[in-house]
Design a protein around this ligand. Structure first.
Ligand code: RIB
Ligand code: CA
Length: 310
């Protein structure tokens, strides 16, 4: 994919931060905007964090628009244990020089998509899907005008990470995810089945730190923080860097194996809230409008990160 126009919707968040460093340094992407959503930490912090990361990467040409503060219906629920109180692990917050762009993130997504030829603007959603759901409500035409929509969300074979049956982004705003699944967008989901294959081992972190740029050091610091949290809360495995997957796919699609499917989201049961039912059988699903990432080439993803942060 060469020079793909892209908007990144995110809730930085330590893995969002690594994904942003990947995108900010990429020559394959024309990053039109970053939009933020409340998720891992509240919106005021995800928006500040996106501006901090933009400054570290030297990309103040990219506007940051603040989006939805809370889910469509559910109470905001953070994931601070995995990202730290301020959202960027041990990185000390600072006041970024450049401010937030005028205009709500939802309106920024709509404006960018409607101003360009159909199918030319991709969207990477790295947090709860609230902003995309609101944009589809406000301008339903974007469902067919958007290019690839690459989402970090969902779980099938791997089980959940916020509950036994749900992944955090979908669980945080299941109604938004349900509306997006039904919208007709060209959706590809990078759920835990794929992102759990993309883990920041000590060697991979060291290789990125060795690049030596501020972006590289920041990405490495985020992954070291995740490493410590993973070992404290989850277990001995290296921490998955979930949010880099949609961005890496938009840059180099061959790094992932996708399967056609139909994805439905649980919005009624509290026990299985946010569960993604991923059906691969066309006979059962009727049609397979979505795609599910089944395999990831982790070594190649980390090589891509190392190149981008150089
Ligand atoms: O489940 C992983 C997802 O939840 C990632 O996007 C991470 O940043 C958190 O938001
Ligand atoms: Ca995220």
């Amino acid at each position: 994919m060469t020079h793909q126009a892209l908007i990144i919707d995110c809730d930085p968040g330590v893995d969002d931060a690594v994904a942003l460093m990947l995108a900010f340094g990429s020559r394959d992407l024309d990053l039109l905007a970053v939009t933020t959503v409340g998720g891992n930490v509240p919106l005021v912090k995800t928006t500040r964090n996106a501006r901090m990361l933009r400054q570290i990467a030297g990309r103040e040409d990219v506007p940051v628009h603040a989006g939805a503060e809370r889910p469509l219906r559910r109470k905001p629920a953070g994931a601070g244990a995995f990202h730290g109180e301020e959202g960027l692990g041990s990185l000390e917050p600072f006041a970024p020089a450049k401010g937030v762009a005028d205009g709500h993130g939802v309106d920024a997504i709509i404006a960018a998509v409607m101003a360009r030829a159909p199918g030319t603007v991709a969207l990477a959603v790295l947090g709860p899907m609230t902003n995309l759901a609101l944009a589809l409500r406000r301008e339903p035409m974007i469902a067919k005008r958007l290019g690839p929509v690459a989402v970090m969300g969902g779980a099938r074979s791997e089980g959940g990470n916020i509950t036994p049956s749900a992944e955090f982004n979908i669980w945080a705003d299941p109604e938004a995810a349900d509306e997006v699944m039904r919208s007709g967008c060209a959706l590809t989901l990078f759920g835990l089945d794929a992102t759990h294959q993309v883990r920041a081992t000590d060697a991979r972190i060291a290789a990125i730190a060795a690049v030596g740029t501020p972006q590289a050091e920041t990405a490495a610091a985020m992954m070291r923080f995740s490493q410590a949290v993973e070992r404290r809360i989850v277990g001995p495995d290296a921490a998955p860097v979930h949010d880099v997957c949609p961005v890496a796919w938009l840059m180099q699609p061959a790094l992932f194996e996708l399967k056609p499917c139909r994805i439905a989201v649980e919005t009624v049961s509290e026990l299985t809230r946010g569960h993604t039912a991923v059906e691969f059988r066309e006979a059962s699903a009727g049609s397979l409008p979505h795609r599910w990432a089944a395999r990831a080439d982790a070594e190649a993803v980390f090589a891509l990160i190392a190149t981008s942060v150089g």
